[in-house]
Design a protein around this ligand. Structure first.
Ligand code: PEP
Ligand code: MG
Length: 856
């Protein structure tokens, strides 16, 4: 509705008696705190769009709507005090974000309810973009023609849908130029029962406009200019929300103080009591399927890495006490903050020294980066300002580092986005010191059994294994990647231990029997002696198995099974050869780079792969799996966007498909080293034939480019669709390797690291065994071989079933190699086939387990 002189017409939005806005019984409107406009006493019950534009806001109570076109923004507020109806009596005919035409119905309202329960049905039609109005109809006249202009305003801008001047998103890149001058910050909780709706927003904007500073307000990560009424309304605040204030300019300090005082006073409304968040009541129930030991002093867990250890408990809790804002006084808080940062720096330096001494220089680099972050004055600037304005150090620090991490996580540059994890990591370290819950990782004594809620792959590689003899987590899954690392380090690890373990005192003596899934608390001397004997016996047996480790694994009836190793480093490769590995069934290439902050170059990758191939030699094939990142396996240099369900998202080969340059560099690196040994390439997480065809084509292309003979190509079978389609996939590959960790996760629909469900995600479930059976049969028909490289292959009791199903190669964790070979030598193929048949016919995991026990 714009004419050539840039006069913009606002049509009648509601049939009714048009009145001067100054007559409304509400000073916020009458004194034009929000802007110029008119009042309408409605004769009808529908609010219409008075021009074509975009609905930029609808209040959650549906009584107020803002429409915008170019530089004109109009607020239509039905009735007075109608926010208190909380939506009752209003029916939306359009939604926020809609583009609407002039005359289109926006809200239908119940005038009776408003008249009965609110101050008035008189409605305010207000220009919030700052222009004055020229009324086009006589005041106190009844108007019913919706095509009739109500008033006009001057409009300077082109009518394109430019954003209204008052609103801006928090992380906008086209935000106005930064104001300069001193900066002050503060925060206050909103005491208004219905948040900062139109009227309190208008009063707040007046305070902000009067300030000699530019004010930005933020609530729950959304920001707006303090001078903008609609901006404040768009924050959609609620009672108890924290309003963060940032003022920049000569009067910054005063602006913050005035705003805090104004908000605390209720901005013209009654103050309501701010509810304290109700503590979620955790009702402890015994689940129908839970297994409890019932034995005095015995706690149950689930084996993630077998083995036994005696040690003293040390608990590391990630749970923090509630962070309060109450300050002990600025000077004291500042001193505590500085001391915590300093102590954290010292801890980090100790970790770095230890890692460097162990030859883990790349991992040390990660912690070096943490020191750099802590040394960055920008990260301390805001918390120090907040501490000065009366907040506690813990609260100020948490707010600052989380905000920085969030900003970084949203960055397009993957390197910067990846720093978010580092900021959170280092932030938590300082916060724990501030809250007195620092666990002091560096003063662990020898013979420690560590208990945490959970552990990540990079945390586990940073553990000091000269001190830690065993690990327990109350969460976590037995086939999580942390569990895999524990297994390859021969570190006994129980996941999902009963929560009661967290109530034990640090220093409690424990007998950790990770093989049997048990922890004995405070054992007697006799129990300790007996347990020590068991450990000694196990060592003896292991020595016995090791003596035969280099002999082949042949069943009693003469069938040879290839026993290969799962490795993640050159060191693993060396250990694997010593433990009798006949090849590498799975090189988890991502484990080579867990500590890298930047992507390794093609040459660096080639160097690592080449050295592993050399160690294994020409006679021991090495299956190199291309990068398998995502889910519980983050790679610092390859940050992934936040996903609702990371295990069902861009994970494994899907990264290679989305970002083929990464895959191509890796494939080229592998191919360039192929002649150093016997290299095979394997793709993870293949779910459909087209994925395989695409990545295989990439390999063949690079082979042609590099002039290298065909290398064998295989895929992991770890997604049910791949097992179901194995006959079609088999035609395109040289081999399959079954990843029982993921296959179990996807078949049973249980996250492999799920806190609490580990015992139900068992690869011995007949459903998983049937998938393996299906895969082997399909591969056999196509003349291709099948291996198993998931955790099930390392479970000695499962060996007979797997070979009975027709699996030709078992790829196991390095410490399990000699025992698995020994197991193969102790069974016959004929018996194994019968066992497999019976297992496939079992109804549940427990039946399979009973069956396996009866075979011993
Ligand atoms: C598997 O899923 O079983 C597997 C071997 O791969 P990863 O554990 O690395 O996901
Ligand atoms: Mg997997």
């Amino acid at each position: 509705m714009r004419d050539q002189t840039n006069t913009f017409s606002i049509l009648l939005p509601m049939k009714g008696l048009v009145q001067p806005i100054t007559e409304l019984p509400d000073p916020v409107f009458a004194e034009k705190m929000m802007g110029d406009g008119v009042a309408i006493d409605p004769l009808d019950t529908v609010l219409y769009a008075p021009f074509a534009g975009k609905i930029t806001q609808i209040h959650p109570s549906h009584h107020a709507v803002t429409i915008q076109q170019g530089d004109v923004e109009l607020l239509m507020h039905i009735g007075l005090d109608t926010v208190a109806l909380k939506g009752r009596g209003f029916e939306l005919k359009a939604q926020e974000g809609d583009s609407v035409q002039a005359g289109q119905p926006l809200i239908q309202f119940d005038a009776d309810v408003i008249a009965r329960e609110c101050v008035s049905v008189q409605s305010a039609i207000v220009i919030t973009s700052g222009q004055e109005i020229n009324i086009a109809v006589p005041y106190n006249s009844a108007q019913t023609d919706l095509s009739q202009p109500l008033f006009t305003v001057a409009s300077g801008n082109d009518p394109a849908d430019a954003p209204a001047p008052s609103t801006r998103p928090s992380a906008s890149t086209d935000a106005p130029a930064k104001p300069s001058g001193p900066k002050a910050t503060g925060a206050v909780q909103i005491p208004n029962a219905t948040g900062l709706h139109a009227r309190p927003a208008a009063r707040l904007a007046v305070v902000a406009r009067e300030a000699d500073a530019d004010v930005t307000l933020t609530v729950n990560g959304n920001s707006c200019s303090g001078a903008s009424v609609t901006g404040i309304m768009s924050l959609k605040t609620k009672l108890g929300d924290t309003l963060e204030i940032e003022a920049v300019g000569a009067g910054a300090e005063k602006a913050v103080a005035d705003i805090v005082a104004a908000v605390k006073s209720g901005l013209g409304e009654e103050i309501s009591e701010i509810p304290t968040a109700p503590k979620a009541e955790v009702v402890k129930e015994t689940p129908l399927l839970q297994v409890k030991s019932g034995e005095e002093g015995v706690l149950l867990g689930f084996t993630a890495s077998p083995g036994r250890a005696i040690g003293k408990l040390v608990k590391h809790s990630k749970a923090l006490p509630e962070v309060t804002r109450e300050s002990m006084g600025a000077a004291e808080e500042r001193a505590a903050f500085k001391a915590s940062v300093k102590a954290s720096m010292e801890d980090l330096q100790n970790v770095i020294a230890r890692l460097n001494a162990n030859g883990q220089e790349e991992l040390a680099e990660v912690f070096n980066a943490h020191i750099q972050l802590l040394a960055d004055p920008e990260l301390s600037e805001k918390p120090l300002a907040d501490i000065a304005s009366g907040q506690s150090a813990a609260w100020s620090w948490k707010l600052a580092y989380e905000a920085q991490a969030e900003t970084l996580a949203k960055m397009d540059d993957p390197l910067l986005a990846g720093r978010a994890t580092d900021v959170r990591d280092v932030g938590l370290r300082v916060l724990k010191k501030l809250m007195g819950v620092d666990e002091g990782n560096e003063i662990l004594e020898e013979g420690t059994v560590l208990l945490q809620e959970d552990i990540t792959p990079s945390e586990i590689v940073a553990l000091d294994l000269t001190k830690i003899v065993g690990l327990c987590t109350t969460h976590g899954g037995a086939s999580s990647h942390a569990a895999i690392i524990a297994r390859s380090n021969n570190l006994p690890y129980l996941v999902n231990v009963e929560e009661d373990m967290m109530d034990l005192e640090d220093g409690t003596v424990l007998l950790l029997d990770a093989k049997r899934g048990k922890v004995k608390v405070a054992p007697s001397d006799e129990e300790q002696a007996a347990f020590n004997q068991k450990i000694a016996d196990a060592v003896k047996l292991a020595e016995e198995y090791q003596r035969d480790a280099h002999k082949p694994a042949v069943t009693t009836d003469g069938v040879r099974i290839e026993i290969a190793a799962n490795i993640g480093s050159l060191e693993d490769a060396e250990k694997a050869v010593a433990a009798g590995a006949e090849g590498v069934g799975l090189l988890r290439s991502e484990f080579l780079y867990l500590e890298r902050l930047t992507e390794p170059t093609e040459e660096e990758q080639a160097e690592k792969v080449g050295s592993i191939l050399e160690v294994m030699g020409k006679d021991r094939p090495v299956i190199i799996r291309t990068l398998d990142v995502g889910g519980d396996k983050p790679l610092p240099y390859l940050p992934m966007p936040q996903e609702e369900n990371p295990f069902l998202g861009v994970r494994g080969i899907r990264i290679g498909i989305e970002r083929p340059s990464i895959l191509r560099r890796q494939v080229r690196a592998i191919l360039s080293q192929a002649n150093k040994g016997h290299a095979r390439i394997m793709f993870p997480m293949i779910a459909a034939l087209d994925e395989l065809v695409a990545v295989k084509a990439l390999v063949r292309e690079e082979q042609a480019n590099l002039g290298i003979e065909n290398v064998e190509i295989g895929i992991m079978i770890e997604v049910p669709s791949a097992a179901l389609m194995a006959d079609k996939l088999a035609e395109e590959v040289d081999f399959f390797s079954i990843g029982t960790n993921d296959l179990t996760q996807y078949v049973m629909a249980i996250d492999r690291g799920h806190p609490g469900l580990a015992s139900r995600a068992d690869a011995l479930h007949p459903a998983v065994l049937r998938m393996i059976d299906m895969t082997v049969k399909a591969a056999d028909k196509a003349g291709k071989w099948v291996g198993v490289c998931g955790g099930l292959a390392s479970q000695v009791e499962a060996v007979s079933v797997l070979i009975g199903l027709g699996v030709k190669e078992l790829s196991v964790s390095v410490p399990a190699l000699p025992e698995v070979k020994h197991k193969v030598r102790s069974v016959s193929m004929e018996e194994s086939k019968k066992l497999a048949e019976a297992a496939l016919d079992c109804a549940d995991t427990s039946d399979v387990k009973e069956l396996l026990k009866s075979q011993k």
